[in-house]
Design a protein around this ligand. Structure first.
Ligand SMILES: [Zn+2]
Length: 332
């Protein structure tokens, strides 16, 4: 049971389990939600708080703000976005509204991706949500069991409130952007923002606290099979190798509970082995169907168990199939 999670004033789908990772450094681990929420990292310092990522909607960011009020009297000074995906920056607008002067930081590539792709995707959500709402209403009308109807009614409530939120969204783009590295120095803390190469997106930002030996990875490293739809499978393992050169013991990921270096090794090896296997099979002239079957057989013994144990929201094989499909399209 999550005794300490906060539910927002709107009774939305955002719930977080706040876990201490180091002194003044916390992971707000997102519970499963109808519209997925990313984790947030909370970093306290002597003159203000740094937040990493803001979830899929403002109501979720407000849940974090409520929690911050219990934790500290300091204002939020900086909000970092690790990449341009909706579930990591749609809540941005909340912070400058509650904490005037708060700056939003990302790297130049991610800011450009938000402008080029992210803003358009918000409009896609606004257009697509009414159909999702209509589908849920039709499913409720057809539902047979009470339990199923109740679950669908909950989903409908979430879908309708998400539609209202995304329609009213005031996208808050980064107010500061860096190229490769930006360092924030405080009396009691040093925060490095790093671009280490392409992986989950073209502009993934890693946040590194050298003294506390903590790294915050966004979705370049998660507790599930990675989402590669906007990703660079062939560059990914190399980027994680550069991450592995840093000295750290704790990892706060974009999704899933905080972890240690061992998981980085497993995840990096999965990405590397999947790409190599797809490349080899494609070079032999295998069709996508053949590649799917052979690569799954090759990878299952090593990776099905550890990924399943982490608690992916979908079966490991379903995540793998999507990863193979994306990689095959890029290498063949
Ligand atoms: Zn993402």
């Amino acid at each position: 049971m999550d005794c300490c999670s906060h539910e927002g004033p709107t009774k939305g789908d955002a719930k977080f389990d706040i876990q201490k990772v180091a002194d003044g450094v916390y992971a707000a681990v997102a519970a499963p939600a109808y519209k997925v929420n990313s984790n947030t990292a909370i970093i306290e310092s002597d003159d203000g708080v740094v937040i990493v990522d803001t979830h899929s909607k403002p109501s979720a960011a407000r849940v974090i703000v409520e929690h911050l009020r219990d934790m500290t009297t300091q204002p939020v000074r900086y909000v970092v976005n690790t990449h341009f995906h909706w579930d990591h920056w749609h809540g941005n607008e909340v912070y400058p509204a509650v904490y005037p002067g708060a700056e939003i930081i990302s790297n130049q590539l991610t800011r450009e991706a938000m402008v080029r792709k992210g803003l358009k995707r918000i409009q896609d959500h606004v257009r697509q949500m009414p159909a999702e709402v209509a589908q849920l209403k039709a499913a409720i009308a057809k539902a047979t069991g009470d339990g199923e109807r109740e679950r669908l009614r909950d989903d409908l409530r979430m879908a309708e409130s998400y539609l209202a939120e995304v329609t009213a969204l005031k996208p808050a783009l980064p107010t500061m952007a860096f190229e490769r590295t930006m360092k924030i120095y405080r009396r009691d803390r040093e925060i490095h923002l790093l671009f280490l190469g392409r992986a989950h997106t073209e502009g993934d930002v890693f946040v590194y606290l050298p003294k506390e030996k903590v790294v915050i990875t966004g979705d370049a490293l998660i507790g599930w099979t990675p989402y590669m739809g906007d990703g660079y499978p062939e560059d990914w393992a190399g980027t994680l190798d550069r991450l592995a050169e840093l000295d750290f013991t704790h990892i706060i990921m974009g999704h899933g509970a905080p972890t240690g270096r061992e998981w980085l090794g497993t995840f990096r090896a999965y990405v590397h082995d999947m790409v190599e296997a797809v490349r080899e099979e494609a070079a032999r002239g295998a069709t996508l169907e053949e590649v799917q079957r052979r690569v799954t057989d090759r990878l299952a013994p090593a990776y099905e168990k550890p990924f399943s144990a982490y608690g992916d929201y979908r079966p490991w094989r379903a995540g793998l199939a999507l990863n193979i499909q994306r990689t095959y399209a890029m290498v063949s």
